[in-house]
Design a binder for this molecule. Structure first.
Ligand SMILES: Nc1ncnc2c1ncn2[C@@H]1O[C@H](COP(=O)(O)OP(=O)(O)OP(=O)(O)O)[C@@H](O)[C@H]1O
Ligand SMILES: [Mg+2]
Length: 250
């Protein structure tokens, strides 16, 4: 088990408990999508996995050890824009490598690869204020994968992208995580995206956060996204998930 969230209680100060005895886990190399209503606690779960929040009770284990403080083994692409406005795209993307003291030659090599991967080679010297919404998301993606952490936490990473770019990013993300045998915990509101990308979908319900259903996808790692979109099982799953999400709101 790479990430093991066990019997966790959590609530924000002066608020109703959000998680009560909540458990979920992710194996090495697994891609898990979280679907659930707004405000149910998806970002909170990611923050617990990143060690930014601490459970009131229960345990969060990563790689077999209980988490204490920040989890440095995850790349975290948060919902918001956390690019530093006074640094260029390249400098922003390089930041995690500099913080880790990676040698200069290796930094440069990884930067080139990351820029190519997210299609930002030409924008490398621009500042965040000069980027479109989609370009910012791509820079954030590059920054979270550049040091090849064993797990990526991604909070609605592609919501702001146009449909075509999103399709490209889907394929790129799958290729990248498969090549690096990466585990992914991926929050999305997009049912289709969850079916295409995940090995397993966890549908979450509200108050307290609970697992309504888990669905294992039958596609395998070397999936062809265009073929999946055309098959009957995809259409069936899409309907099923739409019904589940409608129920999870109540
Ligand atoms: N820092 C905070 N202090 C107090 N309450 C918070 C804080 N962050 C989130 N909450 C509350 O906790 C609940 C869960 O929030 P969270 O951001 O985890 O939801 P979410 O499932 O990610 O929603 P969305 O899909 O809209 O991003 C919400 O009711 C929210 O108002
Ligand atoms: Mg959220």
């Amino acid at each position: 088990m790479l990430l093991d969230i066990r019997n966790v209680d959590f609530g924000y100060q002066n608020e109703q408990p959000l998680l009560v005895d909540f458990s979920m886990h992710i194996k090495k190399g697994e891609f898990v999508a979280l679907l659930g209503p707004s405000g149910c606690g998806k970002s909170t779960l990611l923050n617990l996995a990143a060690g930014l929040l601490t459970p009131l009770d229960g345990e969060v284990d990563f790689g077999g050890n209980a988490l204490h403080g920040l989890n440095r083994q995850v790349g975290y692409m948060t919902q918001g824009d956390t690019l530093l406005p006074w640094m260029s795209v390249s400098k922003n993307i390089l930041l995690p490598l500099e913080l880790r003291g990676v040698p200069r030659a290796e930094r440069q090599q990884k930067l080139e690869r990351a820029l190519k991967l997210v299609n930002l080679v030409e924008a490398r010297d621009k500042f965040p204020s000069e980027l479109s919404g989609g370009m910012k998301r791509r820079a954030l993606l590059a920054r979270s994968i550049i040091y090849e952490p064993p797990m990526l936490l991604m909070d609605e990473p592609f919501g702001a992208l146009d449909a075509q770019l999103r399709e490209t990013m889907h394929q790129e993300l799958l290729d990248t995580v498969n090549r690096m045998d990466e585990s992914v915990l991926f929050v999305t509101h997009d049912i289709s995206e969850s079916i295409l990308l995940a090995d397993r979908i966890i549908v979450l319900g509200n108050r307290p956060l609970r697992v309504m259903e888990e669905i294992r996808l039958p596609w395998g790692k070397d999936r062809n996204l265009n073929e999946i979109r055309g098959c009957d099982e995809y259409v069936r799953l899409e309907h099923h998930l739409r019904d589940l999400l409608r129920m999870s709101k109540h």
